[in-house]
Design a protein around this ligand. Structure first.
Ligand SMILES: *Cc1c(COP(=O)(O)O)cnc(C)c1O
Length: 357
């Protein structure tokens, strides 16, 4: 018996008018029917031997889409970013990165623990960018008192915010003047490409290396690709093995990645439109102690008064809406499994939960 649905079946976990609308992240999506089909029919081999034709096809496709020499599939974005930092920086060297960026906030500081690489964490502005002056002053002079500044690490999108291309070009130029390489944590860089209406290669044209998550808005069950120069990817391959990321018949995952890149990039525009519609709907719920702080690409950020905050998650769950975060600004993320028709139900659920229905 198949544990997975046939390609032409509706995907059961996401079907039905009363299904839970999960706004915690764009990582919660289930494979679409077409994606299941791609998994079942993918030619497979042992990728540790370099023998999996589907993995090779994904890596070639990603490299070409991103305009880089080579690409490598990883089980996660965390491992891809860590391998990138460790491939750029040797023990005792450092990378410059913005405060709050994923690599230094949500990746257990693997760069320090496993790479012996120091993070030089510098402030960002209100738009999620590291001011150019901060980059300049963070780059250390050649002096035995200091670690060697080796890498500048950017993030796009950051909290859903698109980082402008001219900023990336300027930041990269400043880094290169001092011999630093530039990495982009582009977990959601396809959202930036779609929002800017430019080819993905343009978003990463000024950086040396990029990590792209296939499992966020693109909707695969797992996987990220790291792209960059061939010698860099060769180092990253050894580090991936060291980190336990060498996978065998991973063509099953790569097939999802190929399917996503072919079929689920342009539709990110739907998530952006749905986020705008949700922000608009929530802004109309006046008197409920709820305010919309920002909406960027596929994310909406809201603040809720303390008196409504208590039990908010539970009241939303009663109406089939799931959120994360019990304090501070709440992030709502739109994705493949939330349609335009679902937005009214979400707004109604917030109205109920905040007493303004
Ligand atoms: C999710 C994410 C990652 C890490 O990806 P995982 O696949 O969850 O390990 C890295 N950077 C950013 C900005 C992310 O949103």
């Amino acid at each position: 018996m198949n544990a997975y649905p046939a390609a032409d079946d509706p995907v059961p976990v996401t079907a039905g008018a009363n299904r839970m609308l999960d706004l915690r992240s764009d990582t919660v999506t289930r494979p679409t029917a077409g994606m299941y089909d791609a998994m079942q029919t993918a030619p497979l081999g042992d990728d540790v031997y370099g023998d999996d034709p589907t993995v090779n096809r994904l890596q070639e496709k990603a490299a070409s889409l991103l305009g880089k020499e080579s690409a490598l599939l990883f089980p996660s974005g965390t491992q891809s970013n860590l391998a990138a930092v460790m491939s750029h920086c040797a023990r005792g060297e450092e990378f410059i990165i913005g405060k709050g960026y994923h690599i230094v906030t949500y990746e257990a500081m693997g760069s320090a623990v496993l790479g012996s690489v120091a993070a030089s964490v510098v402030p960002t502005d209100g738009n999620g960018q590291i001011p150019i002056a901060e980059i300049r002053s963070a780059i250390k002079a050649e002096d035995p008192h200091f670690p060697v500044s080796r890498l500048l690490s950017l993030e796009n999108t950051h909290n859903g915010r698109v980082i402008p291309l001219d900023y990336v070009a300027e930041a990269a130029a400043v880094a290169r003047e001092s011999g630093l390489n530039v990495h982009m944590d582009g977990a959601r860089m396809m959202n930036a490409a779609v929002a800017l209406d430019v080819p993905p290669s343009k978003v990463v044209a000024d950086v040396d290396t990029v990590s792209l998550c296939l499992s966020k808005g693109l909707g695969t069950p797992a996987g990220s690709v790291l792209a960059g120069p061939s010698d860099f990817i060769a180092r990253a391959r050894r580090i991936r093995k060291m980190l336990g990321g060498g996978m065998r018949q991973s063509g099953i995952l790569a097939a999802c990645g190929i399917y996503a890149l072919d079929n689920q990039v342009a539709r990110l525009a739907d998530d952006h439109a749905n986020a705008a519609q949700l922000a608009e709907g929530l802004a109309r719920l006046s008197g409920g102690g709820l305010s919309v702080a920002a909406h960027n690409t596929n994310m909406v950020f809201i603040d809720v008064d303390d008196r409504h905050r208590q039990g908010l998650q539970e009241r939303l769950a009663e109406r089939g809406v799931r959120i994360s975060g019990r304090s501070g600004t709440i992030r709502l993320v739109l994705h493949l499994d939330i349609s335009a028709e679902d937005i009214d139900r979400i707004v109604d659920a917030f109205g109920y939960a905040c007493g303004v229905s």
